[in-house]
Design a protein around this ligand. Structure first.
Ligand SMILES: [Zn+2]
Length: 348
């Protein structure tokens, strides 16, 4: 008596650009570009990772950088975004926010501005081809100088009415305090971009508080470790700060020892808005629908609870109001429809 998750309208708010690549696409592009992939990205895929220490994080970053290096031509960027949108559509997503740090690609694509314009053009093409709405999150890198982040924020706001919807902050949370990036986020927020830094993944509640206090976060990338502080959790619920929770990523990177240790149920019960995401399916494996399957199978989310997860992802998104409304109506319709016939009545 379960409704099909792929038909539940939802928004996907935590997906990194290269990290969205299909594994066969990585292998194909690497072959054509003559890039030698390490075994961890070929026969041993998905790689065994553990990012809870700096060496493990470094290895994760290195694999990510190798994968990024296969993206050489504008066609590659178009292909990546089209496939990401197709995968989202297959999972029932009607809105995708994909995050990109243009500095990682700028050397190959004629600088920061040209890179961002290419990404935006590719996003528009993917949107037209699939019907999945796409917003771009420009994300700064915590391990780089705060002035670089400010330059990215200024670039992002120039494209605020042309597809850039939010501003992020990624890479190793243990390096670079949120406060250092306050200026960049102020520039982004003044132009109406959502503030969506990573926090509370590799570090505890303090990192989440800093995202709220110093960066006025509307959403937090991960934020799962907020669960360690009940007052913080209450604040998140009251302020309605959406946590972009990525269960498969948490296990792959060792943030949670096992899938059942991801505090999804506790965050949900505390009233924290949650948007399930995939982070880097290229390196972790599972995609968006599987995150909802995990909520159902591992954490016992009922169909009404899954519908609520989907609603929270939509409300936390930067999608235009009309699209939000349409998707929310789709969630209600999903729930109102009887579960498919032929389901085992005993299970209901
Ligand atoms: Zn992430």
């Amino acid at each position: 008596m379960e409704r099909p998750i792929a038909q539940l309208p939802k928004a996907h708010l935590h997906l990194h650009f290269t990290g969205s690549m299909r594994h066969p696409t990585l292998v194909d592009l690497a072959e054509r570009r003559g890039v030698q992939l390490p075994q961890a990205l070929v026969s041993e895929w998905p790689p065994k990772l553990r990012a809870t220490d700096e060496r493990g994080w470094f290895r994760f970053q290195r694999l990510y950088d190798i994968a990024r290096s296969v993206l050489r031509t504008p066609d590659d960027m178009y292909r990546l975004l089209l496939e990401a949108a197709e995968d989202d559509r297959a999972a029932g997503s009607g809105w995708l926010e994909i995050q990109v740090d243009p500095s990682g690609y700028a050397a190959r694509f004629d600088g920061l501005t040209a890179t961002l314009e290419l990404v935006l053009d590719a996003a528009r093409a993917a949107e037209a081809a699939t019907g999945v709405g796409i917003g771009i999150m420009v994300a700064a890198n915590r391990t780089r100088h705060p002035l670089d982040a400010k330059a990215l924020a200024r670039l992002a706001v120039q494209y605020a009415d042309r597809g850039v919807v939010s501003f992020g902050l990624n890479n190793d949370e243990r390096r670079g305090r949120a406060l250092d990036f306050e200026g960049a986020f102020r520039i982004a927020r003044r132009a109406g971009l959502l503030s969506a830094p990573h926090g509370g993944e590799l570090q505890g509640p303090r990192s989440v508080r800093e995202c709220l206090d110093d960066l006025s976060a509307d959403r937090i990338g991960h934020g799962v470790r907020a669960v360690e502080d009940p007052y913080l959790l209450e604040r998140i619920a009251t302020q309605e700060t959406t946590l972009e929770v990525c269960p498969s990523s948490n296990v792959a990177l060792g943030v949670a020892e096992r899938i059942e240790h991801v505090p999804l149920r506790r965050l949900f019960e505390a009233g924290a808005p949650i948007a399930l995401g995939t982070d880097d399916p290229l390196l972790f494996g599972p995609r968006l629908a599987e995150q909802y399957e995990i909520a159902r199978r591992v954490f016992g989310f009922t169909d009404p609870e899954l519908a609520e997860l989907a609603r929270m992802s939509i409300r936390g998104s930067a999608a235009p109001d009309a699209r939000k409304k349409e998707m929310l109506a789709g969630v209600d319709a999903w729930l109102a429809a009887p579960p498919p016939a032929g389901a085992d009545p005993a299970a209901g």
